[in-house]
Design a protein around this ligand. Structure first.
Ligand code: DGL
Length: 260
């Protein structure tokens, strides 16, 4: 048993889509959420730059005595998860591109992956795709402007969000994709617009966040570090950006809590 917090990290606000699932699945676990904010977006930066940002963030979370870290960022996972597992003693959970569930459930035999440029370039994505390449055709599309839209809190403005979503999603649908995998933790906040673009078509959106929460629970048990059932969970938020950004993160987290 261990009542220390879990650390959750993302380049920005997007990881809150994972934070929400963790909170629901693990109600006794305290969580420290670190949103870099200062260097976001990571998706168009080099692997070297992203690795440096990630190491800085993990050092900060370690100062909060976290017992496990969820890297709630596909880009950071793609670039640095192997290094983190080598360098630190605590367990890490990364974001897997959810190619497997999409490939196994697709009826059309075509699936579409939405992710950042850096994630799509990484070995993790390439290796995962190679495993399923004989079962389905895997298409990918960069969610150009998605991260910026969510970071600015513009995901509810249809006139801003819908055209950028349409640009990335329509080519996947035109090729017959019947599964759209959200390969970046910011993208679930645009689900409503993706659904609108899908319209009447029989296409499912695959969000890996619930599976990440289940994997976290499994690892906590495996390492015998679950919080006690009498522990009252606390939630804190930190950032490398300014106080205004911190307030936006906290407000967004609060809004997500109300949705449950
Ligand atoms: N949420 C990050 C991810 O999952 C966003 C990437 C970015 O900062 O560009 O990849």
């Amino acid at each position: 048993m261990n009542n220390n917090p879990i650390g959750v990290f993302d380049s920005g606000i997007g990881g809150l889509s994972v934070w929400k699932e963790l909170r629901q699945a693990l109600p006794h676990e305290s969580i420290v959420y670190l949103a870099d904010g200062k260097n976001c977006p990571y998706g168009d930066k080099s692997a070297e730059e992203v690795t440096a940002f990630v190491l800085h963030a993990i050092e900060e979370l370690m100062r909060h005595n976290v017992k496990l870290i969820v890297v709630a960022c596909n880009t950071a996972t793609a670039v640095a998860i192997d290094l983190l597992r080598k360098q630190y003693d605590i367990p890490f959970v990364g974001m897997e591109p959810a190619v497997k569930p999409a490939a196994l459930s697709s009826e059309s035999g075509v699936i579409g992956i939405l992710a950042t440029h850096a994630s799509l370039q990484g070995d993790l994505f390439r290796n995962t795709c190679a495993k399923y390449a004989d079962k389905v055709r895997i298409l990918s599309s960069v969610g150009e402007g998605f991260v910026e839209c969510v970071e600015k809190g513009e995901e509810h403005s249809a006139h801003i969000a819908e055209p950028i979503v349409r640009r990335a999603v329509e080519p996947l649908l035109a090729e017959g994709a019947d599964r759209i995998v959200l390969g970046c933790t910011h993208y679930p906040f645009l689900t409503h617009h993706i659904e609108k673009v899908i319209g009447e078509r029989k296409v499912e959106i695959v969000n890996p966040a619930p599976a990440v929460a289940r994997r976290t629970e499994w690892l906590l048990k495996e390492h015998n570090i679950k919080a006690s059932t009498s522990h009252k969970a606390e939630y804190s938020f930190i950032t490398f950006a300014d106080d205004g950004y911190l307030a936006r993160i906290t407000d967004k987290a609060m809004a997500l809590t109300m949705e449950n």
